[in-house]
Design a protein around this ligand. Sequence first.
Ligand code: PMV
Length: 314
Amino acid sequence: MAWASAPGKVILLGEHAVVFGEPAIAVALDLRTKIRIDGRGTSIMVNGEPLQEKLHLPHVHQALALTGEPWGPLDIRIESAVPRASGLGSSAALSAALIAALQEARGLKPQPRDVARLAFEVELAVQEGRASPTDTSTSVAGGAVLVDSVKGPGLLWDLERGGKHWFLHRLNLAKPPALVVGHSGERAPTGQMVAMVHERVRRDPRDLQRIRSLGALAREGAKALSASDFRGLGQLMDRAHADLRALGVSTPRLDELVHAARKRSFGAKLTGAGGGGSIIALTEHPNDVAAALRTAGCDPIVASVTPRGLEAGA
Ligand code: PMV
């Protein structure tokens, strides 16, 4: 029997900007996807139910192909506490854990950089080439990760694809912040939002300015996070939300949730691709923020940053 587990994530700063080579910061959350693989049997179960073909099968197919087919009959059990399609990196956690569990099943010891690279390949194939390695690398590394197009201190690994080069760095966290995630109940495919922003930036130089501003906020945020300056980090998050809004990726519902969360937070913003999905709030009062979000009609998740990235064994 082989097993692996990997956490979900949130992007604190730099979404969309990272697609243009600007930096982004993401943190791993204490919500995990766990996988067990048995050599016997031929079933794939997700949270006790048979696998949903559209949601999980493309990831399973890609992971099997990337870990060296042919595979005999396999019994794969997936248990995930990461909510799907919420901007919390559920597919990245699935890809990373699946690759590592399959490597364990082959008798190999999964290497973090190698799993990060292969899990990114899975995401690229499933999302038709529209993905940065932020989610998958954060899931593998755990803790806080800075993604940049240039190399800096704390380098974990680098990844190249289609003429783009990403450097993944460890950000040290003395005291991990509390985060509250609120889902808007709206959904928009990441690829569609990325394409929309590309089009806007091509047409309007003010949108390119906003991308640069989001990158600068992420760079400052990396310093604030490393210094445990949550007040400063919260202010940067508020400013990033304003830029994301001006870029056209927020929605009235996301704005409403951000507004509700801010009263008891250092800062709050949409996280991930936008057009729906989730907001995050950085706070010392997670229960108050959760209550405010509940009043605003959503079902919040109080999460903390976990230093535990990919884990695997046999
Ligand atoms: O939808 P999410 O949480 O995976 O975030 C997408 C972040 C983008 O910067 C918009 C795209 C990317 O691949 O980095």
